[in-house]
Ligand binder design. Structure first.
Ligand code: GRF
Length: 190
């Protein structure tokens, strides 16, 4: 059985979709959720869904306790689902091509530091883009710059508010992220 570890900083709706997707799977299961926010909604979801959850603070993150925790969890894939800190280099090196992130826009547009959540959707609206979407990519030492694995698109109209754009993007995330994770785990030669 392959092991998925999720890192999340926010509400965790993607995390919940992934947990449900693998609930009865013979391929993989979500073994833990890690968060840097003790008030994150994802913790309530983890408790309700009976997934062990761990909180880490800045010092633990900067030093190598996060790396040791991840190594102890033996993940086949680390999934960033709304995780807002840059992944430390030591973690990237230890889990090369085994960390994936979802970004709520069509990278390389609207990526980088500070481009997260509603900031992304507001920027898409302000630029009067006619489409937006999601990008699933491997994680390297730079924000939102790892190799792209998958993108999906959705139209944006002039009347769409940032909230409406966010809703469309979330729908794409729920439809694709769990399936892409499954495909990646299938492809892994272990
Ligand atoms: C998602 O839109 C994801 O793409 C972005 O942060 C959001 C997290 O939402 N990186 P949730 O916590 O999964 O509800």
């Amino acid at each position: 059985m392959k092991r998925i570890v999720i890192l999340a900083s926010g509400s965790g709706s993607n995390a919940e979709e992934i947990i449900h997707h693998f609930k009865d799977s013979n391929l993989a299961s979500v073994v833990a959720i890690l968060t840097n926010k003790h008030e994150a909604g994802v913790l309530e979801r983890a408790a309700r869904l009976h997934i062990p959850a761990f909180y880490f603070n800045r010092p633990a993150y900067r030093e190598d306790s996060l790396l040791r925790l991840l190594q102890a969890l033996e993940p086949d894939l680390i999934v960033l689902a709304g995780f807002l800190w840059k992944v430390p280099e030591a973690v990237v090196r230890a889990f090369e091509k085994r960390i994936v992130n979802i970004h709520p826009a069509l990278l390389p547009k609207y990526g980088g530091k500070g481009m997260y959540g509603m900031y992304v959707h507001q920027a898409v609206r302000d630029a009067q883009e006619v489409e937006t979407g999601i990008t699933i990519h491997y994680v390297n030492e730079h924000y939102d710059e790892g190799d792209i694995i998958f993108q999906a698109r959705t139209p944006v109209s002039k009347e769409d508010s940032a909230e409406q754009i966010a809703h469309k993007v979330h729908e794409l995330e729920y439809a694709h992220f769990p399936k892409i994770i499954e495909a990646l785990l299938h492809e892994q030669q272990l």
